[in-house]
Design a protein around this ligand. Sequence first.
Ligand SMILES: [Zn+2]
Length: 258
Amino acid sequence: MKNRLIIDSHVHIGPRKFDGLRLAKIQLWHPFEKLKKNLDEIEVHGAVMLPYPEDIYRVPYATKETAQQAHDYILDISKNNPFFFPFYFVWSDFTIPDNLGEFKGVKIHRHFWSEPETYDYSGKACDRFVEAVVRHDLPIIFEESFINTKYFCDKYPHANVIIPHIGLANGRAWKVIPAFKDYPNVYLETSLVYPYEIIEAITQYGPDRIMFGSDSPYSSTKIELFNLLEHEDMKHFNEEDLEKILAKTLLKLLHVRL
Ligand SMILES: [Zn+2]
C-alpha cells in the first residue's frame, strides 16, 4: 500500500460484548485492542470512535451507566492515542455533558424505519445542544430520516453535519446526494456504500466534503478501503483528492494540524 495517511471516520468500539447480530448468536465484541491490531495490519493510522447504540439507548442493554462507561472508554483511549477521536453519542434528551469539550464531535442516530421518533429537533433542548456543539466547533454525525435530516440541516446551517453511509440510512444516496449538494457545511462519509455512489458523491461534492469510513465492526476498515479504492472509475481522482478523502477532509474539520 502507498504511504498515505489514512483515518477511518466511522468505527464503533466498546468495553462490552453484545448479542449483536441476533441471527446466529454471534456475539459482537470490538474493544480498542482488536481495532488497533486490524488497523496496524493495513497501515491505517487512526479512527473516529463511536459508542455502540446498544450502550446508549437500545433495549435491553442500555442504562445511564453503560452510556457513561462507553464514553469514558473512548475518552480514555484518546488520551494516549492522538489519531483516535472520541465522539459523544447524544440520546434524545439532548443532555449536554460537562466535558463536551473533551470530545472531537457528536453523533445523533436513529434508524427511522424501525425506531420510534424520539428526537425532537424543533424543541428548545435541541437548540441548546446544537448551540453548545457549535460553540465547541464540533461536527455532528447525523443519521435520521430524510425529512428530519433536511429539517435539521435547514434549521442549523452553521453546524457542520456529516451524513454517514452517503445517506444509506438517511433516505438513500440518490436522494441525499442532490439534496445537500449546495449545503457547504454538509459532508458525506463513505461506509457501506456502493462504489458508484461514492464516485458520484465525490464528483458532485468534491473531495473536500467526502470522508472515508468503514462502520467497523459491522463492516471492516480493510473491506471498505478496498471498496473505495479499487473500482476502476476511482482512478479518475488524483493522489491529492484521495489524500483528502482518506484523512485530510476529516482532520481539517476536527482542526487537527499535521
Ligand atoms: Zn455506525
